[in-house]
Design a protein around this ligand. Structure first.
Ligand SMILES: *[C@@H]1O[C@H](CO)[C@@H](O)[C@H](O)[C@H]1NC(C)=O
Ligand SMILES: *[C@@H]1O[C@H](CO)[C@@H](O)[C@H](O)[C@H]1NC(C)=O
Ligand SMILES: *[C@@H]1O[C@H](CO)[C@@H](O)[C@H](O)[C@H]1NC(C)=O
Ligand SMILES: *[C@@H]1O[C@H](CO)[C@@H](O)[C@H](O)[C@H]1NC(C)=O
Length: 188
């Protein structure tokens, strides 16, 4: 029995080392990775998850961090900026398994339309992507059913990544929005 537990612990340790060893972030490792780039095959990875943002009431994940003095008079919240740290989950339920966080800022950049510009990172915390990030920069309009956000880079497993994130509101009320995300990512 004890032996079995020990063997299990050892294989867990080996697995953990393999997973962490997969992303060596030292300059030497990055140099080696870069040198091998001409021989590296481009991969396509897809993700599907839900993003939960609490922007009002208790336990906010996206508080307002700045706003202009004209924001309160603007029908489009022009000039409002929020910092967010939103959980990403496998399913739409708040207690569904968490696979990462979306961390960054969004703000209202239009004086005439309900829009948001986004600048954030998907920070993966699970499985082979644990510790890797994808960087997003883009604009979405409230009027769009599907919102498209460019993925402009990444780190770890996603070095030099490019991709497309599409977002669709799954649920929203006055304090919470749950957004369904589909990602297609090209990386090496
Ligand atoms: C906010 O968080 C506290 C502490 O975790 C919890 O007791 C409370 O129920 C939460 N409030 C809401 C509205 O979820
Ligand atoms: C906003 O700030 C500017 C510059 O300080 C000032 O001139 C303007 O009167 C302010 N507007 C309002 C609505 O407070
Ligand atoms: C992800 O990586 C962190 C830091 O290396 C580690 O503490 C954590 O246990 C890992 N999580 C999973 C689910 O593998
Ligand atoms: C929004 O929905 C969530 C989840 O159902 C609920 O906890 C919250 O109280 C709702 N907020 C409002 C303002 O209705």
């Amino acid at each position: 029995m004890e032996k079995q537990v020990a063997i299990r612990l050892i294989s867990l340790l080996i697995l953990a080392t393999m997973v962490t060893a997969a992303i060596d972030k030292s300059p030497k490792a990055v140099e080696k990775w870069f040198k091998n780039l001409p021989h590296a095959k481009q991969k396509t990875t897809r993700f599907h998850f839900y993003f939960h943002e609490i922007f009002g009431g208790e336990n906010q994940t996206a508080p307002v961090i700045a706003q202009a003095n004209i924001t309160s008079q603007s029908a489009t919240f022009f000039g409002m900026l929020r910092m967010f740290d939103n959980p990403l989950t496998v399913g739409p339920e708040p207690n569904s398994k968490q696979v990462g966080r979306a961390e960054g800022i969004h703000g209202a950049p239009s004086m005439t339309e309900l829009t948001l510009f986004f600048n954030f990172n998907f920070v993966f915390t699970d499985g082979p992507y644990n510790g890797s990030t994808l960087s997003v920069l883009g604009r979405v309009a409230e009027s769009q059913e599907y919102r498209e956000l460019p993925i402009i880079g990444g780190s770890g497993v996603f070095r030099l990544a490019q991709g497309i994130a599409t977002a669709k509101t799954y649920f929203s009320n006055d304090t919470l929005v749950i957004v369904e995300y589909n990602l297609i990512v090209l990386h090496y």
